[in-house]
Design a binder for this molecule. Sequence first.
Ligand SMILES: Nc1ncnc2c1ncn2[C@@H]1O[C@H](COP(=O)(O)OP(=O)(O)OP(=O)(O)O)[C@@H](O)[C@H]1O
Ligand SMILES: [Mg+2]
Length: 357
Amino acid sequence: MNWDDTTDADAPAERLVGASADGEDQAVEAALRPKDLGEFIGQEKVREQLDLVLRAARARGATADHVLLSGAPGLGKTTLSMIIAAEMEAPIRITSGPAIQHAGDLAAILSSLQEGEVLFLDEIHRMSRPAEEMLYMAMEDFRVDVIVGKGPGATAIPLELPPFTLVGATTRAGLLPPPLRDRFGFTAHMEFYGPAELERVIHRSAGLLDVEIDTAGAAEIAGRSRGTPRIANRLLRRVRDYAQVKADGLVTQEIAAAALAVYEVDARGLDRLDRGVLEALLKLFGGGPVGLSTLAVAVGEERETVEEVAEPFLVREGLLARTPRGRVATPAAWAHLGLTPPRSQGSGNGQQDLFGA
Ligand SMILES: Nc1ncnc2c1ncn2[C@@H]1O[C@H](COP(=O)(O)OP(=O)(O)OP(=O)(O)O)[C@@H](O)[C@H]1O
Ligand SMILES: [Mg+2]
């Protein structure tokens, strides 16, 4: 596999443990998506809150409040948006921030909505400024001003909109301007999934894909899925292939572990790139601190690949820390790679200040 063209955090879709959807994911995801809140696994708080919001709206015979879904890729934002429409028995229109270049594009969509329709705006943080401003008014007053003509002769024609529910999704809630964020009646923060929840996701998907899997097999895949249902589903498909070719099709713990060893996804969900970064940090730099550029050269990758593709998960897992003096491995990193940290030699090794080692 070649990492050289994966310098942007969104790009490495061909990574087996990448969180963004690749072509194959897109093809199977529709079949694997839970259809209602009851089928949606985990995210207990979000489910409970959303259930109240939707029930109350249904009881009032009203359109549900606008909902903002924020969370990392592959945690179920698109899935939840479709569930919201299904629960409200409303049609859904799907578009995304980058698809809306001009305010006019948004006006065209808004003015063609039916009463009660759900408008799903994916990657809402990537909408253009003028479209965003139009959206403020549409969300609050169900009205847009359509500009007719150009220059001094241009006039704004107010247009009433039917009540609708905007469901916005973003992986970067921090990038949303506060006036936009404030116009959502309900914001759901999606968390990474725990191992038990991922196991349930895997059992459910295995059922839908006709894959035979035992409890330990599902647990093995769950542990390597980085808290992300999309990754769990993808690993399940690769393990299924292996089980078909190398065994009798039943996914056991041994089969899952052997299959994922072939794909170089380790017990904690690190892949070759992640391990390369950690190994360089430990073996070449004694655990750091070492500057990002030096580390990147040592693993033969672009700075951005190391920083945006490998590091976020290593940091989240508590294997690597970013400090003002550079990247530092944690004691857990040494343990994970089965290496013994050097006795603190004083010079150059900043670990004792950071971890009291
Ligand atoms: N809670 C869940 N229960 C079961 N399956 C889930 C759950 N959440 C997500 N999935 C599965 O994971 C896949 C990815 O989910 P989804 O497309 O909704 O993620 P997303 O948050 O929209 O990702 P992105 O940020 O890339 O758009 C779906 O196919 C779905 O089957
Ligand atoms: Mg999505």
